[in-house]
Write a protein that binds this ligand. Structure first.
Ligand SMILES: *[C@@H]1O[C@H](CO)[C@@H](O)[C@H](O)[C@H]1NC(C)=O
Ligand SMILES: *[C@@H]1O[C@H](CO)[C@@H](O)[C@H](O)[C@H]1NC(C)=O
Ligand SMILES: *[C@@H]1O[C@H](CO)[C@@H](O)[C@H](O)[C@H]1NC(C)=O
Ligand SMILES: *[C@@H]1O[C@H](CO)[C@@H](O)[C@H](O)[C@H]1NC(C)=O
Length: 424
């Protein structure tokens, strides 16, 4: 059995590392250069560091402390964040490549373009090889000047991340004058209703949890809102059997007391505490990601993030495709017995599965349910979506049908690979 458990360990390490591969850590890279400490500090404050670490093939155009301080002094954090997003190119440029640009000029897309805040080509940067070996940078918007230029190379990890210093921020039209979002004006229930989460919105109002959310918002709040379909799904426990205190706890379990955008979720390895957490490890969530798909695991069930309702520091609201059921309230599903697979589907469980036991019912204390499969679905990309509210409307409807089958196929595939490993 020794060989088997070794294989087992190897199997899981490979599995886990393939979902948590952090090829680089921009905070650590810049920590070696005190001349960029202000820039580095803003990358952390805005959580852009996590976004950068969760991506591959990028170029960070950094500003020295003087240039960064000048930008930061005059603007709110939301504007600083947009400016830093525009300085994060989604392509790899080192000094050589800058000077080899064909025809001497090119446009590169940036993180800003992925946020939905940039109209047209406002999220693109113009890179132009000027005479005398000078390389200029500017907004790609028509009529923009190349106000910034390449100063020096800071650090390269080919071809994952390149850090280059430039002389000044790149300013897209309108970027600096965007008003800071006033979180007290955000109508959380209104946003939720528009995003297809009416049931959840009604629950947080009737239970009073909306007030708890509102009082937490200033210090940072992230909400995982189950879609209306999630409340109608087969196998959902009867919530009317819960006491009002339990309903409050359940709804608190759907929120985290910090601004945690998708990039931060992708890079979080430790379980995250929720507003319901009342002690070490209690009422926490585990996060896994595969490509652009991010899933939350409660120990009872798993839920996939299906859309971004709002991502504006300090508030993030995501839609999720099933209710998050904490172990502390719902317990682990009954262990052996031919427990019904949580899908009332007429099609039989695929034959490859050696037992019909649902994955989460495994008696092991660590619910190592398999992470979500690498989704090829284009909608698994909340951060790339066109942004607030409307984005999730269109995506939440088709999800219900697809996602109900996913766990079955997934468990089948999982047991099949386990069987393969064990039979070696
Ligand atoms: C680049 O990223 C890939 C994928 O994460 C990783 O396997 C590789 O080791 C990285 N390369 C370097 C030089 O760090
Ligand atoms: C990145 O590096 C910083 C500073 O060294 C460290 O505090 C942080 O935990 C690291 N992040 C990850 C995801 O490893
Ligand atoms: C970049 O800007 C320069 C100067 O405004 C312009 O001549 C050039 O055509 C632009 N490059 C691209 C690819 O649009
Ligand atoms: C929030 O939006 C909902 C639904 O659109 C609306 O009924 C409610 O009056 C709004 N609340 C505030 C304070 O504007």
């Amino acid at each position: 059995m020794g060989a088997h458990s070794l294989l087992f360990t190897v199997f899981f390490s490979v599995l886990l590392s393939s979902f948590t591969s952090n090829a680089h850590n921009i905070t650590a890279i810049l920590a070696a250069f005190p001349e960029y400490s202000v820039y580095n500090s803003y990358l952390s404050q805005t959580k852009l560091a996590d976004e950068i670490n969760s991506r591959q093939t990028l170029t960070c155009l950094v500003l020295s402390n003087g240039a960064m301080s000048a930008l930061a002094a005059k603007h709110p954090l939301s504007v600083i964040k947009s400016a830093l997003e525009l300085l994060t190119l989604l392509d790899y440029y080192d000094a050589q490549k800058l000077h080899d640009i064909s025809d001497g000029t090119t446009l590169s897309t940036t993180l800003y373009q992925t946020t939905g805040k940039a109209d047209g080509n406002l999220g693109f940067v113009n890179i132009t090889d000027l005479k005398g070996g000078k390389v200029g940078f500017g907004s790609a918007a028509p009529g923009s000047k190349l106000d910034s230029s390449y100063t020096k190379s800071v650090k390269q990890i080919p071809y994952n991340i390149s850090v280059l210093e430039i002389s000044a921020p790149i300013i897209a039209p309108g970027l600096l004058t965007a008003p800071a979002p006033s979180i007290s004006d955000v109508n959380i229930t209104g946003l939720l209703e528009k995003a297809g989460c009416k049931t959840f919105a009604a629950l947080i109002v009737s239970s009073g949890v909306l007030k708890i959310y509102q009082s937490a918002v200033d210090k940072g709040l992230t909400v995982f809102a189950p879609s209306d379909e999630a409340f109608k799904a087969a196998g959902v426990p009867d919530l009317s059997k819960l006491t009002s205190a339990e309903v409050v706890t359940l709804l608190q379990y759907h929120a985290v007391a910090s601004y945690t955008p998708i990039g931060s979720l992708k890079t979080s390895s430790a379980p995250i505490s929720t507003l319901a957490s009342n002690g070490a490890g209690k009422y926490s969530l585990k996060v896994t990601s595969a490509g652009d798909s991010v899933s939350l695991h409660t120990g009872v069930d798993s839920s996939r993030i299906s859309g971004t309702v709002i991502d504006d520091t300090p508030l993030c609201i995501f839609t999720v495709d099933s209710i998050l059921l904490p172990v502390e309230l719902f317990g682990l599903p009954p262990s052996p017995a031919p427990a019904p697979v949580p899908v009332s589907s007429p099609s039989p469980t695929p034959a490859a599965s050696p037992a019909p036991t649902p994955v989460v019912a495994a008696p092991s204390p660590e619910p190592l349910s398999p992470p979500a499969p690498p989704m090829s679905s284009p909608r698994g990309s909340p951060s790339d979506g066109p942004g607030p509210a409307t984005s999730s409307d269109s995506t939440s409807t088709p999800s219900a049908a697809v996602d109900l089958k996913a766990p079955v196929i997934l468990s089948a595939a999982f047991f099949f690979s386990l069987a393969l490993v064990l039979s070696i």
